[in-house]
Design a protein around this ligand. Structure first.
Ligand SMILES: [Zn+2]
Length: 269
């Protein structure tokens, strides 16, 4: 499921590579996720760092953003973003620019490119199979416990009149259950937030656990009414793939950010 839904595309201009989320690309819908290849940033961000908030030179970040936008075929002037505060607020946006202190974005406006940055956290993609609207959100453990994915589904159903059964979803490369060890406060927050938390936590000696953020966000989407067959998990661990991906956990906090981008194409004429 993951392999065909998430297509790796190498050899874009300037050596840039990216994933194309083929499962979401209904007519007029475009969905991509960046990789670190082909960027101009030096260590510790080595590669295509897309965030100016991690200590990298803004001019290099801008160059990287240009390279990614060219490879993915969108215009930087069309980008809408979020401050990403590890919350669960979702903004309905109708224009480019920052939507403020939110972690989820959705729109029904063609030509507005939704973007979310991450380096271990999950980026959840949502697209109406009829091409009427798209949504994108950021879910680390806090956002997962607070159900930002479910809130994104509900924002789209409430704002655009879309049935959850018509949504197709994708879960980005993110830190996997192989590598994401968490401690007591995270275990408690997850356990308090969902009856099925035990299914996504593998308890380890010493009061720690391995948390499966991929599965947890899949459960959030199921709970919100997205059909199981319509959820496409990349199943690619950021910490296990240093050649392609940044990982906040693996790199000790000093690293770059990837970016998910999702948009409706502007109609001709
Ligand atoms: Zn891993």
């Amino acid at each position: 499921m993951g392999a065909r839904a998430w297509e790796w595309q190498a050899g874009k201009g300037a050596g840039v590579a990216l994933w194309r989320v083929a499962a979401l690309e209904f007519p007029g819908v475009h969905a991509v996720f960046s990789a670190r290849l082909g960027g101009c940033s030096p260590p510790p961000w080595e590669g295509l760092n897309l965030s100016p908030a991690v200590g990298d030179d803004p001019a290099r970040v801008q160059e990287n953003r240009l390279r990614f936008a060219r490879a993915a075929e969108f215009g930087l002037e069309a980008v809408a973003g979020a401050q990403q505060v590890h919350g669960a607020a979702v903004a309905v946006v109708d224009r480019p620019g920052s939507a403020g202190p939110v972690d989820g974005l959705c729109t029904d406006r063609p030509g507005v490119v939704l973007t979310i940055a991450a380096a271990d956290c999950v980026v959840v993609y949502l697209a109406d199979s009829g091409g009427r609207a798209v949504g994108l959100c950021h879910a680390g453990w806090r956002g997962t416990a607070a159900d930002v994915a479910g809130r994104s589904v509900r924002a789209m159903t409430a704002s655009f009149g879309i049935h959850p059964g018509d949504l197709v979803a994708a879960i980005s490369p993110a830190i996997g259950p192989c590598c994401y060890e968490v401690d007591g406060p995270v275990i408690r927050a997850m356990a308090e937030s969902a009856s099925w938390a035990g299914d996504v936590l593998r308890i380890r000696p010493g009061g720690h656990a391995l948390l499966d953020l991929w599965a947890a966000n899949r459960r959030r989407l199921l709970d919100a009414g997205v059909p199981a067959a319509s959820i496409h998990v990349a199943g690619i661990c950021t910490a296990c793939h240093p050649d392609r991906l940044y990982s906040h956990r693996r790199d000790g906090g000093r690293t770059g950010r990837m970016q998910g981008a999702l948009w409706l194409a502007e109609r001709e004429g």
